[in-house]
Design a protein around this ligand. Sequence first.
Ligand code: PMV
Length: 307
Amino acid sequence: MKASAPGKIILFGEHAVVYNRPALAVPVNQVHVDVAVSESDQPGIWIHAPNIDLLSDLAALPPDHPIGSVILKTVQHCGVSPLPTLSLTIESSIPVAAGLGSGAAVSVAIIRALSTFFSHPLIDDQINKLAFETEKLHHGAPSGIDNTVITYNMPVYYIKGQPIETFKPGQPFTIVIGDTGVPAPTKDSVADVRRLWLRDSNRFDSIFNEVAQISTMARHFIESGRPQLLGELMDHNHELLRQMTVSSPELDTLVYAARKAGAPGAKLSGGGRGGNMIALVNADSAKTVAKALITAGAIRTIVTEVK
Ligand code: PMV
């Protein structure tokens, strides 16, 4: 039994989404996690994840290990008892800790593969809830946007605690993702923003409100087939993220390099301080912008179409 899950990227609204403001995220199908489950003649549940050098029996993993935990939760949810003997292979082309949702994609692909293997396929809503439980082990207090966009594999307009809204672009558009190569745990930047918000909640709430307006307008432009209007919103959102203190010299360098190379807009994406940025491009400028990002220090670029 095999299942896959895509990567994801946040277009607008990161950090503000933790404070119940809307954010937009889209799947990135150029990178994915593939999970294969098969019966095994060795006792136990064997997990092989070559990308993270993991080859272990489930019983030997610590209880808060995200992979062990999502397997156990799925087994319990499907009412399988006693623990079956099987082997799980997890392969991923999603870079780890780079804001592309690798943790959530691993969870979603495992839940899909296992539940189907147990002849107990789950609906997206159930998969999303189980994946969210595991996200809490990665991030502490995640908004839930990663597991949602990856589960539904569609653009989402996400407000924490509200029914999920997927949407469809009126016209496809292209973005380039540039990776600073600087590892930056989302947990830390989220905790720092919380400290600053507690100190000056009026100022931060008004920044979050501006971000909320940007996300709402962006959805409108995307759905009505006017993606060329997103550039200005990206630039504005980046400025607000700078005010939240989550940009970094490396992110700013890539953002400015993309704009100089002809991108109508660019911003950091995700937790910030490192990780990825995104730039709006068109079919002609995608290559030039991707090249400019590499020259400016990006370790990797991904060109993806939002559709
Ligand atoms: O770093 P990423 O792509 O996992 O995104 C984090 C997004 C935040 O809004 C900063 C946190 C969250 O849980 O939504």
